[in-house]
Design a protein around this ligand. Sequence first.
Ligand SMILES: Nc1nc2c(ncn2[C@@H]2O[C@H](COP(=O)(O)OP(=O)(O)OP(=O)(O)O)[C@@H](O)[C@H]2O)c(=O)[nH]1
Length: 191
Amino acid sequence: MPGTVTLNTRKIVILGSRSVGKSSLVKQFVENSFSEDYYPTINTTTTKTITYRGADYPCEIIDTAGEDEFSQLNSHYAIGVHGYILVYSIASRASFDMIQIIYDKIINYSGLPEIAAIIVGSKADLHLSRQVDSMAGQRLAQRNNTAWIEASALRNENVGKVFELCLAEIEKGNTAPPPSTGFKWPKCLVM
Ligand SMILES: Nc1nc2c(ncn2[C@@H]2O[C@H](COP(=O)(O)OP(=O)(O)OP(=O)(O)O)[C@@H](O)[C@H]2O)c(=O)[nH]1
């Protein structure tokens, strides 16, 4: 039920430059639809249950306004958040360069050594205007210990996977071994 917080509720925030397709990924995932119109987002929250390894996780998906290097990270995007979807467009090198800036802002703000996150190369259908190759995306993800995928909201390719992989990253942190067997700080902040 929307608005109900259970033990399994997970808060996911979507960040990235303006117009990279953040809202379109959410719309395709939640409503199975795509629009060519562009309406800048202010800040919207949608709820959808994601099933992962047989368990249901009601997810609060927070779609944010486009970030630039001067944007201050809103505290709502750092506190009580379980996982992040960091989106760039494969057709925009500038939006790709913003990902490390946004990642560093979250780390600085939260004070955590790392976060549960997936980096997403969106608009994967725009092959002809590609400015970021897949290897660059994968390397960035490796460097920051996040997951990575390319997706197209237009073609509904890998959209469900974006959210499933984000949940997998969150739950990876929650199943970290106890201190005696090599403790790793959880990759999420639960408050
Ligand atoms: N070709 C293509 N266009 C897309 C895709 N996803 C989104 N778009 C288009 O890109 C534009 C911006 O999409 P939005 O989803 O509004 O982008 P956003 O990142 O939420 O934008 P802000 O709210 O400003 O941050 C729209 O015109 C979409 O139709 C995609 O997968 N392929």
